[in-house]
Write a protein that binds this ligand. Structure first.
Ligand code: PMV
Length: 327
């Protein structure tokens, strides 16, 4: 069995039609589809080093040793395919502030599967890599692709069809993104626990699942037509509807703080006044503003002025996960 050290990079992504809830816990199958944009500026770089002298997998994130947890579980899937058993050292770095409550699991697991597949000499299609990344984190399946990507919930029980596919490249519609950091503590309930709690206790959850397909249709058409207004309307609706289902859980999950709401109103006021911008919010207090090309500087200036905003990050759409030189 041959193996070698390998590295990869992948960008974080932000869902415009959200994923919230699973139809299978073990295989990490989503209850519904989702559509996202992959970001250029927020990325994870990961090196996988198979090492026969190691007794167990090791995982170091931003220089800090972590329990291997789901990283080890995803490595097991790669080793199983390769017919290998050798333990690995995994070193990962995010180029964006850690603890900022940004979706690092998506870029992290996408980079991990690309590096690990290469380390074990597996020739996998992007679709197979997407399915493997999904086992680490549902949103990671989308970070295999750049630009706009759609996650298919799949219909098969074994989950082979629960993978993402590309819709449009970053170059074909180079939207810009501003992230307003409103709390760098990030003590929120993690997405896995938050999803399960919402599924179990929110009377609005069935309505959420029933209506995702129509949002996907609307977003897909808006992206194909580069119709920013239609995409803005659908994306804000999807985000607010997801949060409504969380708020109706028992006890309710409130991910927002006053600064999140201040940013939401600021984005709405800007759009009413003619600026091409809409917001989205994930399972945390940061607000992400998606802008037409050329609008991000103005939006960043306005969001930076909102009370409680500690920092703003400005970026664009980027490419998919890719091999990288071993550092
Ligand atoms: O991939 P996970 O398990 O971290 O879940 C992601 C959940 C949201 O970020 C709230 C929505 C999404 O589709 O990315």
């Amino acid at each position: 069995m041959s193996f070698k050290q390998a590295a990869a990079r992948a960008g974080a992504n932000i869902a415009l039609v959200k994923y919230w809830g699973k139809r299978d816990q073990r295989l990490n199958l989503p209850a519904a589809g989702s559509i996202s944009i992959t970001l250029a500026g927020l990325e994870t770089r990961t090196t996988v080093t198979p090492d026969p002298t190691l007794g167990a997998d090791e995982f170091v994130l931003d220089g800090v040793e972590q329990p291997p947890g789901r990283v080890g579980a995803v490595l097991d899937l790669v080793r199983e395919r390769a017919g290998a058993t050798v333990a690995c050292r995994v070193e990962s770095r995010n180029n964006f502030p850690t603890g900022a409550g940004l979706a690092s699991s998506a870029s992290g697991f996408a980079a991990l599967v690309v590096a690990a597949a290469q380390a074990f000499g597996l020739q996998l299609s992007e679709s197979e890599l997407s399915g493997l990344a999904r086992r680490g984190s549902g949103s990671a399946a989308r970070s295999i692709f750049g630009g706009f990507a759609e996650m298919d919930p799949g219909h098969r029980e074994n989950g082979v069809d629960a993978v993402a596919r590309p819709l449009l490249s970053a170059e074909e519609w180079p939207l810009e993104v501003v992230v307003a950091i409103t709390d760098s503590g990030s003590k929120a309930v993690g997405s896995r626990d938050g999803m399960n709690h919402t599924m179990r206790t929110s009377p609005y959850y069935p309505a959420w699942v029933e209506t995702v397909a129509e949002d996907l249709d609307a977003a897909r058409s808006a992206i194909a037509a580069r119709d920013f207004e239609a995409l803005a309307e659908t994306a804000e609706h999807s985000a607010l509807k997801m949060h409504a289902s969380m708020l109706a859980a028992r006890p309710g999950l409130v991910y927002w703080n006053p600064a999140t709401l201040a940013c939401l109103h600021a984005v709405r006021a800007l759009r009413s006044a003619g600026t091409g911008v809409f917001f989205t919010i994930d399972a945390g207090p940061q607000l992400k503003a998606v802008c037409l090309p050329g609008e991000s500087e103005r939006v960043a200036g306005l969001l930076a002025d909102q009370p409680g905003v500690s920092d703003v990050l400005v970026t664009g759409l980027g490419g998919g996960a890719a091999r990288a030189a071993v550092p």
